[in-house]
Design a protein around this ligand. Structure first.
Ligand code: 5RP
Length: 220
């Protein structure tokens, strides 16, 4: 019988547990795939030193399992970060932020030695941009940033009623065909008022574990 998308997410989350080594501090992503990883980690919580969470939601789930959550500033360098994605290309450039946690995710990814991305096979694409690119913006800059995004060829849509863990808003940019993710990531970072954009290309994943009907595929 064919696996559901959620079963493929669980499959890769379980596979990622093999990257966890005794005594590690583990960086934890956000979303339904990361939630499967958190639930699996609970079974080996005595082996790790603690975790750093990329969102309040993940921190709460970790604490619910009795797993220690540390401040990034107290943790220093993190050997392993495990998180999902909304899209990935074959170079492991990602679009993230569907759950709105992109800024903290990018910070924890940057502070980590190894980023293992876990996703079901629907997330692997040739050209990124079909999934609207999330951009976290300081609230007062919303209209200004939206106008600049239109000039770049995008169609920004305000994520109504959503406030990030950092107190900011999200613009989801539709209609982008992202031919050069590194260049676009830099360009978006340079817009005044943008806190973070959801392209993870300057710091891509190191390993992509892809859940498929034929089992887990590892792409490096
Ligand atoms: C949250 C994210 C998630 O990793 C992304 O949205 C994938 O979510 P899911 O695992 O639920 O498919 O970037 O900000």
């Amino acid at each position: 019988m064919a696996l559901s998308q959620d079963e493929m997410k669980k499959q890769v989350a379980d596979a990622a547990l093999e990257y966890v080594e005794p005594g590690m501090i583990v960086g934890i992503g956000t979303g339904s795939t990361a939630n499967h990883f958190i639930d699996g980690l609970a079974k080996m919580k005595g082996k790790i030193d603690g975790t750093v969470a990329s969102s309040e939601a993940s921190a709460e789930r970790l604490r619910g399992h009795g797993i220690e959550v540390m401040e990034l500033n107290a943790a220093g360098n993190i050997p392993l970060y495990v998180d999902g994605a909304d899209e990935s290309n074959k170079y492991l450039h990602l679009i993230k932020g569907g759950g709105g946690a992109l800024t903290r995710e990018k910070i924890v990814a940057a502070a980590s030695d190894k980023f293992v991305c876990i996703a079901d096979e629907s997330k692997l694409v040739d050209i990124m941009g079909k999934f609207p690119l999330p951009i976290e913006v300081i609230p007062m800059a919303r209209s200004y940033v939206a106008r600049q995004l239109v000039k770049l060829g995008g169609e920004p849509v305000y994520r109504d009623g959503f406030v990030t863990d950092n107190g900011n808003i999200i613009l989801d940019v539709h209609n982008l065909e992202i031919m050069n993710p590194v260049e676009l990531e830099e360009k978006l970072n340079n817009l005044v008022g943008v806190v973070t954009n959801g392209l993870f290309a300057m710091r891509p994943a190191d390993v992509l574990l892809l859940g498929t009907q034929d089992g887990v595929k590892t792409i490096t």
